[in-house]
Write a protein that binds this ligand. Structure first.
Ligand code: GDP
Ligand code: MG
Length: 442
């Protein structure tokens, strides 16, 4: 996976301060492969990585991150930006009703979306009306009526002798009906064919011209893969749309279609459809999609937290101490522990690291209360004892054990581990400094 490969890249780059062209290219090769794996269209991958490369080479160097992490952050920021930045909300008409038209291939999920959107908007206090302008398939109207019933949202459908066979007349009739009955939102379901088709495009364009929607949502199946670009371009040219809805994100599609469509059309993805039930629907979150596309676990969250928890001064002091030959003492140990806590739950943090799957078993056996115990023990020591652990004879150890509510054996075990950590720190000395590792952790 990308996580594993990036972990390797991270290792190779560790300790270097600046982003060299070679570093950037090595990391971008991995990103390119991951984007192709996620089914992002090839021309989109090329354009995208080109922009990332440019940004990476002119980036400010961050003290908190190593070069590979910096590139990943740039990639992520760029992904989020292309996907639309902040979640884009529906634009409501100044004079209701707001008209929302759905367009897309047959089977994309339009009719299901009409129900989901209707239910979602009704829950927000709106009074939506669904309009059945798909007259192409014999049971399309019935399907919308069933969906409307489940959503608890009324449906405007053509009646015998009233607009049958004319989807444009039905759309217009639906909007008129909404004005009369004071529905503040109209959702127009339309027909789709299995492939892009002139007649279908013309019909959708005619509906759009007839009802001048405030939003035209292009619904696209996330599983469509490399065809996303061609389909999106055809709908952008033939009908035009204001936003994208990605459906069937509950499947194993990695969501590359989102990036392809957003990059090619410049339109934001607004909603994600994640199942057959009406509740399986949510506003689209560009940042979540970015990490889904890159499949980096939560490596980005980790990067963010590292940036937050990183205390430049503290790290420099620590590094200076180590290189100067001073001993790493229990006060440092305590500080290290505090900065770990800053990074949130230790267990959660470890679980987010790339390759965490391989240490799942150890993780399950890991007891977070152990960190609390260790901290309690160190806190029960006097400052002198922390600076000079050699002072810790038997009677001091039993005093500490009593003070921290543990056994003397616990104290002895901690001191043994601390001794090992201290030895490691001594070995690191002269080896280039940097933040001490977690060698002292239980
Ligand atoms: P339309 O032809 O564009 O109107 O598509 P439909 O709404 O009729 O959906 C086609 C099929 O896809 C139906 O069987 C839906 O139940 C299913 N479907 C729609 N949206 C989703 C989704 O987000 N996830 C899954 N798994 N199935 C969906
Ligand atoms: Mg339909």
């Amino acid at each position: 996976s990308l996580s594993d490969r990036l972990t390797t890249t991270f290792k190779n780059l560790r300790g270097k301060g600046r982003l060299s062209e070679a570093d950037v290219d090595a990391t971008i090769r991995e990103i390119r492969r991951a984007l192709l794996d996620a089914d992002v269209a090839l021309p989109v991958v090329r354009g995208f990585t080109g922009k990332v490369r440019e940004r990476a080479l002119s980036a400010e160097v961050s003290a908190a991150l190593n070069p590979a992490q910096q590139i990943v952050k740039i990639v992520n920021d760029q992904l989020v930006e292309v996907l639309g930045g902040e979640t884009r909300r529906l634009q409501f008409a100044k004079n209701p009703p707001t008209v929302i038209m759905l367009a897309g291939l047959q089977g994309a999920g339009k009719t299901t979306l009409a129900g989901k959107l209707g239910k979602y908007l009704a829950a927000e206090g709106h009074t939506p009306l669904l309009v059945a302008s798909d007259l192409q398939r014999p049971n399309a109207v019935t399907q919308l009526q069933v969906v409307g019933e489940r959503a608890g949202v009324p449906v405007y459908a053509p009646e015998p002798g009233n607009g049958i066979g004319d989807p444009i007349a039905v759309a217009e009739g639906g909007v008129r009906h909404a004005v009369e009955k004071q529905h503040d939102i109209v959702i127009v379901d339309t027909a789709g064919r299995l492939g892009i088709d002139e007649e279908l495009m013309q019909q959708a364009a005619d509906i759009r011209n007839a009802v001048t929607p405030d939003e035209v949502l292009f619904v696209i199946d996330a599983m469509i893969g490399q065809d996303a670009v061609r389909t999106a371009e055809a709908f952008a040219d033939g009908v035009g749309f204001t936003g994208v809805v990605l459906s069937k994100l509950d499947g194993d599609a990695r969501g590359g279609a989102a990036l392809s469509v957003a990059e090619v059309t410049g339109k934001p993805v607004m909603f994600a459809s994640t199942g057959e039930n009406l509740g399986d629907f949510e506003p689209f979150h560009p940042d979540r999609m970015a990490s889904r596309i890159l499949d980096m676990g939560d490596v980005l969250t980790l990067i963010e937290q590292a940036e937050k928890a990183f205390d430049q001064d503290e790290a420099e002091k620590m590094a200076a101490k180590i290189t100067s030959g001073e001993d790493f003492d229990l006060n440092d140990f305590l500080k290290q522990m505090a900065s770990l806590r800053n990074m949130g739950s230790l267990k959660k943090m470890i679980a987010m690291m790339p390759g965490a799957a391989s240490i799942r078993e150890q993780l399950d056996n890991f007891d977070e209360r152990e960190v609390d115990r260790v901290e309690a023990i160190v806190r029960s020591m006097t400052p002198a004892e922390r600076t000079n652990p050699k002072l810790l004879n038997g009677s001091r150890r039993s005093r500490i054990a009593r003070g921290s509510g543990v056994t003397v054996t616990d104290v002895n075990q901690l001191m043994e581990r601390f001794g090992q950590a201290q030895k490691m720190m001594r070995q690191m000395r002269g080896g280039g400094g940097g933040m001490p590792g977690m060698g002292g952790m239980p």
